[in-house]
Write a protein that binds this ligand. Structure first.
Ligand SMILES: Nc1nc2c(ncn2[C@@H]2O[C@H](COP(=O)(O)OP(=O)(O)OP(=O)(O)O)[C@@H](O)[C@H]2O)c(=O)[nH]1
Length: 538
């Protein structure tokens, strides 16, 4: 360790002339305060100063680059530990660049802090002005520039590369994946330059860098060398990766959907469709093949899938003009399917950027709904309309009679002594009787008549457009058909009869209940008169 006691202060101890007579530049630098503390005459020339006092007074921190500052900060603890650092530093005396081999060692200053004693051993190269500028550019560029020999051993690096990797760093050690580095070294034997994006090691941390590699020859030895330029692209790469992930997530969601999706841009070109869309319209090409297609043409060529082809196309145009979200349009297809279509315009920052169409096949859902409606209005034993359905239809007919001058009649049919059939032959045989009666009504009435099972063994028939006299004749015919029918039972075939009450629906009927009460009264009259007969009330 050098100290003030082992190297005397030149001014204080009168050794100044001796140090000044040396051809070797010597100076003492205060790293912390970024000031020169002493420089001999040879050093003054190097620093472009007239006198030692002027150099000591000079504000060096204002001209010091960040890279230099960083390099010196690294020196400080090493010097304090007694290390002697041999490195080259560049100086620019009188417009010439000199690379000086500097031997730096610890120097204890007056106040006890660590200073740096520098001995300039030998200067190596001097450069012309343009090389000097190039060197200066390299010194200041944030791009990391490193030079390796043909085997990947580091020769030199600029301050930015030095700051990124403090220790010695071979070509392989710069890369996170050594296999990548080795592959690149091999490729460089055949390729003069390579550009890539790679994960690099930067002070033990992984960063994405854009890396440019090129082959060159060492101007001093003529041997091959590799020049590597790198800059950090981690923020962009992180964003790109995040975008890729969300794009993939979206694709997974879109592909997993049952609904057919079609995304168009504002000029009606397809941006994206999914497989479900292709399936709905029997498109054999893969979804990617449709990208860029004109949607107007696509709509024209698929309009014949729909029962109303022109309506299908016209509605699309309408929605595009409105540019309002439309939850669902029902589209009936010629093959019996039903599609539900929804439209969503895409606005980004209040600007229109196209639209999304979603098509869902709702055929099964529609059939199921129709089935539920049918079940809710049908008697399960006979398949005839049930009481609820009877009431709805009877009300509609009564309204038509009242408002439209339509005439109508109503039959109430009740099986005679049905309890006895159940009691003697069993409930299952009784059911057969109910089904026979239902079939007799179903197959012997007009399509416009509505037979219903309104209770256990009670049936009604609404007969629009019929007078009670006409209905009476039909009732007698039905009655005879039922009486003549034979039911094949387990033990013995059996017959049964019915009693029928007939009434007309008149405009003066206040409600349908009034009409059914009259039919009921007529039916009970038939029962009282001996059953197996028709009675009329109006
Ligand atoms: N098998 C069968 N019987 C039913 C059903 N619904 C009602 N019944 C029966 O129908 C019978 C009706 O009996 P009642 O109302 O006493 O009249 P009835 O024996 O037909 O005598 P009248 O109407 O006076 O001629 C009862 O025994 C009920 O159990 C059904 O779904 N299946």
């Amino acid at each position: 360790m050098t100290s003030l006691h082992s190297i005397p202060q030149p001014a204080a101890h009168g050794h100044e002339p001796l140090l000044d007579r040396l051809q070797t530049p010597v100076w003492i630098f205060d790293i912390e305060q970024e000031r020169m503390r002493y420089a001999n005459t040879a050093a003054l020339r190097l620093w472009g100063a007239e006198t030692s006092q002027e150099l000591v007074a000079r504000d060096l921190s204002s001209t010091m680059s960040e890279a230099t500052r960083q390099r010196l900060a690294d020196y400080l603890p090493r010097l304090a530990k007694g290390e002697v650092i041999d490195e080259h530093w560049s100086f620019y005396p009188g417009g010439q660049a000199i690379s000086l081999h500097c031997r730096c060692s610890h120097y204890v200053m007056n106040d006890g802090r660590t200073g740096m004693l520098v001995e300039g051993l030998e200067s190596e190269i001097s450069l012309d002005a343009s090389s000097l500028r190039a060197l200066e550019a390299l010194r200041h560029t944030p791009m990391m520039v490193s030079v390796f020999d043909g085997q990947g051993r580091q020769l030199v690096r600029n301050p930015a590369a030095l700051a990124a990797r403090r220790g010695q760093s071979s070509f392989e050690a710069c890369f996170s994946d050594r296999d990548v580095a080795e592959g690149l070294l091999q490729r460089l034997e055949g390729e003069p330059r390579i550009s890539l994006e790679a994960i690099m090691q930067v002070d033990g941390v992984e960063r994405w860098h854009h890396v440019d590699l090129c082959r060159a020859n060492d101007p001093k030895t003529g041997r091959p060398m590799i020049v590597m330029g790198e800059f950090d692209i981690t923020p962009r790469k992180t964003l790109e990766i995040a975008q890729l992930v969300s794009k993939r997530q979206l694709e997974v969601v879109i592909e997993g959907l049952d609904a057919g999706l079609l995304l168009e841009d504002e000029s009606r070109r397809i941006i994206m469709v999914n497989q479900a869309f292709c399936d709905l319209f029997a498109i054999e090409a893969p979804p990617e093949a449709l990208v860029g297609m004109d949607c107007r043409e696509a709509a024209q060529s698929s309009k014949d899938f729909f029962i109303e082809p022109e309506g299908f196309v016209a509605r699309i145009e309408e929605l595009l003009v409105e540019q309002r979200k439309q939850a669902c349009d029902l589209l009936a297809m010629t093959d019996g399917r039903f599609l539900e279509r929804s439209y969503t315009p895409l606005f980004v920052a209040e600007e229109y950027h196209g639209h999304l169409w979603i098509y869902r096949d709702i055929t099964r859902q529609r059939r199921q709904e129709a089935d539920w409606v049918r079940k809710a209005s049908t008697d399960p034993l006979t398949g005839l309309a049930n009481r609820r359905s009877f009431e709805d239809s009877a009300k509609r007919v009564a309204t038509a009679v009242k408002e439209g001058g339509l005439q109508a009649a109503l039959l109430m049919i009740d099986i005679d002594r049905f309890k006895a059939i159940n009691d003697t032959l069993g409930h299952a045989e009784g059911d057969k009787g109910l089904r026979l009666l239902a079939d007799t009504l179903r197959y012997n009435l007009r399509d416009s008549d509505l037979p219903c099972r309104t209770g256990g063994e009670e049936f009604m028939v609404i007969m629009p457009g019929m007078t009670h006299e006409e209905a009476q004749a039909i009732a007698w015919r039905l009655l005879r058909q039922i009486a003549e029918a034979t039911i094949e039972a387990e033990e013995l075939p059996f017959h049964f009869t019915v009693s029928i009450g007939v009434t007309g629906v008149t405009p003066s009927d206040a409600s349908i209940e009034a009409v059914t009460q009259r039919a009921d009264a007529a039916m009970y009259q038939a029962k009282h008169e001996g059953r197996n007969r028709v009675a009329v009330r109006w």
